[in-house]
Ligand binder design. Structure first.
Ligand SMILES: Cc1cc2nc3c(=O)[nH]c(=O)nc-3n(C[C@H](O)[C@H](O)[C@H](O)COP(=O)(O)O)c2cc1C
Length: 191
């Protein structure tokens, strides 16, 4: 399920991407907590070869960039118990540490915006679409995904070693088994 979900985030691999016929400029970085046969830690899934090279250059020099899958462009950056870090980075929210995996969506930032200021908005749309795909694939597999709009981007950048504006984290997302909150009411649409 993990591999299918990640595969669908790559250009062309979900019907959602027919709505986005542009270059892939937002790239998932994963904090893996509980995925069978995947070592907990920090991973990157660059959605283009150019982004892989640019991220390798921009991120912390000590990251391993060890190929972590036979088909997907998934790289292990650092093996670590990452739950506390994920929670702190996501405004101290438990969903980020109790999940199976928490994602950070890292956008190519300064260059696209210098080229066209509207790219600021387009990058947020692209991050949102990545979140939609995670939601759809998680739900289809009987799991659940939750957008995390509250996170500390400066702290994200410190963890990743991003020291300038070439990349910017725009969005976080958690994937896991749902725990329903009995305090919340669901009303019919347009109640
Ligand atoms: C952009 C965005 C940011 C969100 N940020 C958070 C968050 O930081 N923490 C959280 O618990 N849920 C967050 N959510 C999830 C929502 O609170 C809500 O659970 C989710 O949208 C599903 O609810 P719905 O079925 O009413 O849309 C976010 C959702 C979106 C779309």
């Amino acid at each position: 399920m993990f591999r299918r979900l990640l595969s669908c985030l790559l250009p062309g691999n979900s019907p959602v991407w027919t709505l986005w016929p542009h270059a892939a400029r937002v790239h998932p970085v994963l904090l893996v907590h509980r995925v069978e046969d995947v070592a907990p830690g920090l991973y990157a899934l660059p959605r283009s070869d150019a982004a892989e090279a640019a991220l390798r250059e921009a991120c912390r020099a000590e990251f391993e960039w060890q190929a972590a899958d036979r088909d997907l462009p998934l790289f292990l950056l650092l093996q670590a118990a990452a739950a506390k870090t994920a929670r702190t980075l996501s405004c101290h929210q438990d969903i980020a540490s109790h999940s199976a995996v928490t994602l950070m969506f890292v956008a190519e930032f300064a260059a696209p915006i210098a080229d066209n200021p509207a790219a600021y908005r387009h990058l947020h749309w692209e991050a949102g679409m990545l979140g939609h795909v995670v939601t759809l694939e998680a739900e289809a597999a009987g799991w659940r995904g939750t957008g995390i709009g509250c996170f500390f981007d400066d702290a994200d950048h410190e963890v990743l070693g991003l020291a300038d504006t070439r990349f910017q984290v725009l969005y976080h997302f958690a994937v896991g088994m749902p725990v329903d909150d009995p305090r919340l009411l669901t009303l019919p649409a347009y109640d």
